[in-house]
Design a protein around this ligand. Structure first.
Ligand code: NAD
Length: 452
């Protein structure tokens, strides 16, 4: 994914809708040349680009700027000592929680929002007073190059470092001792991260993924559901950890939903989504092939979309119906523009279905009825919960962002990130008062001193 900071080697030309990349590294130049037309000084990419400018600004630039403002406005109050309730024995003491930096923290990022997933935790880690090493994903190579260039340019190299590389380099990096590891990525790789962390007993935050359910039940405006569902699912071509992974609804709701989904897709991306400048592409040929394989193995019926183009790493926004619980699409997180719809009739069936799966990173419920929303909220568990929309809950820095169980450990955003990257030191500053009272705990002991 590409960005356009003032001094970045990457620019977006409004005039002709082209990304212009000034290649700095030979590897980047080679990998990009295969996709674009080589100019004199610039590589030029005509549309389609990997991600539309609007989506990149919203999900990568603005969210980080908002986090920065929020943190700058609040971190002085977050770092104040927090005084706690006292008892008789500590009445004259100072008893408080002191926030301390952890030391050197390692932040490992994923490729799907390569800027946000590194810089958002970095804002919290820096505000908490830590030194930071960041490891961008090798899959988003252009961002990796850009971050490696910009961080040393603007931040002290004594405190902040960028290490580039893939699995092998990350494994070597993890041989070092860190004071905290903040990892965003897949559940499979999280296991290796935990193994490496166990050698030094390093605490770890895991920001993982999984299958985020989207349940539709009871009275609700189906056209409204369709628009919000299409936006949250097909934003970044479904390559969002909080994208709705599958829909659960009754057969009647599905029948009403399908034409509205078609309409919303046409409104957003036109009759031929492949030509839309507003639809992202799949990040690499390998990821494209994985999604196509899932589609091939699925026994579901394609109700919308289904078209694809390998050269363009394009997969049309695709909706499948008649998908069963043991379908290939239900085996793993989809992480692409494919939306299976599964049927259930009673609300309890839907809740039971969700509870048979691992706890999700996000759970979505669409309904006009607050009793339905509350019933799902009270009878399920997930990292985040949002009714009548998708994704949007994660943009509010007041809410913790993170998973539970297999979808992740720990959280960040706003104060929650500051807490993740600080140690809460329990402090009791005692004076010399009440020494007679202390006599109650000194030997020789007797039952009278226990007050029994
Ligand atoms: P990934 O696990 O393949 O890679 C993540 C990072 O780990 C990369 O920096 C990569 O270089 C490194 N890595 C890869 N293999 C490694 C190994 N064997 N040992 C050590 N490090 C290794 O994940 P990905 O494909 O980049 O991201 C997709 C996954 O991330 C999805 O499951 C998605 O849901 C999840 N995700 C979660 C969040 C969140 O905030 N919870 C956000 C974005 C993505």
């Amino acid at each position: 994914m590409f960005f356009f900071l003032p001094e970045s080697p990457v620019r977006f030309s409004e005039q002709n809708s082209q990304w212009l990349v000034l290649p700095r590294s030979p590897e980047l130049r080679d990998s990009l040349t295969s996709r674009g037309e080589k100019g004199k000084d610039w590589l030029r990419f005509t549309a389609p680009v990997l991600q539309p400018k609007f989506e990149a600004v919203l999900s990568e630039i603005d969210i980080v700027i908002n986090e920065l403002h929020y943190t700058l406005n609040n971190f002085k109050s977050w770092m104040q000592p927090e005084y706690v309730d006292k008892n008789l024995a500590t009445k004259f003491d100072d008893c408080f929680v002191k926030r301390e930096p952890l030391g050197v923290v390692l932040i490992i990022g994923a490729w799907n929002y390569p800027w946000q997933l590194l810089l958002l935790p970095m804002v919290a880690a820096v505000a908490a007073g830590n030194c930071v090493v960041i490891k961008p994903s090798e899959v988003s190579a252009a961002t990796d190059t850009l971050i490696a260039e910009l961080i040393p340019k603007y931040l002290s190299q004594d405190c902040y470092a960028v290490v580039s590389g893939g699995a092998e380099e990350t494994k070597s990096l993890l041989l070092n001792r860190f004071d905290h590891i903040f990892y965003t990525g897949s559940q499979a790789v999280a296991r290796s991260i935990l193994q490496a962390a166990s050698v030094h007993l390093t605490p770890v935050t895991l920001e993982l993924g999984g299958k985020c359910p989207c349940l539709i039940y009871g009275q609700v405006s189906i056209a409204g559901v369709a628009r919000r569902l299409v936006w949250s699912k097909f934003f970044n071509a479904g390559q969002s950890c909080v994208a709705p992974d599958y829909v659960l609804c009754s057969a009647a709701t599905r029948d009403a939903l399908l034409p509205e989904l078609r309409q919303a897709l046409e409104d957003f991306y036109g009759k031929e989504p492949q030509t839309s400048p507003d639809l992202s592409r799949i990040v690499s040929a390998r990821h494209w092939a994985r999604l196509m394989e899932l589609l091939k193995r699925s026994n579901g019926k394609v109700a919308v979309g289904g078209e694809s183009n390998e050269d363009d790493k394009y997969i049309a926004p695709t909706v499948l119906v008649d998908v069963s619980e043991d379908d290939a699409l239900m085996e793993e997180e989809i992480f692409g523009p494919i939306l299976p719809i599964l049927n259930f009739e009673s609300l309890q069936d839907g809740i039971d279905f969700i509870n048979r799966k691992e706890k999700a990173l996000a759970l979505y419920v669409f309904s006009n009825e607050s009793s339905v929303i509350n019933k799902v909220l009270e009878n399920t568990s997930s990292g985040g919960f949002c009714s009548n929309d998708g994704i949007i809950h994660m943009t509010l820095p007041g809410l913790p962002f993170g998973g539970v169980g297999a979808s992740g450990w720990g959280s960040y955003h706003g104060r929650w990130g500051f807490e993740t990257f600080t140690h809460r030191r329990a402090c009791m500053l005692r004076g010399w008062a009440l020494e007679r009272l202390n006599g109650l705990r000194y030997p020789p002991y007797n039952d009278n001193k226990l007050g029994w």
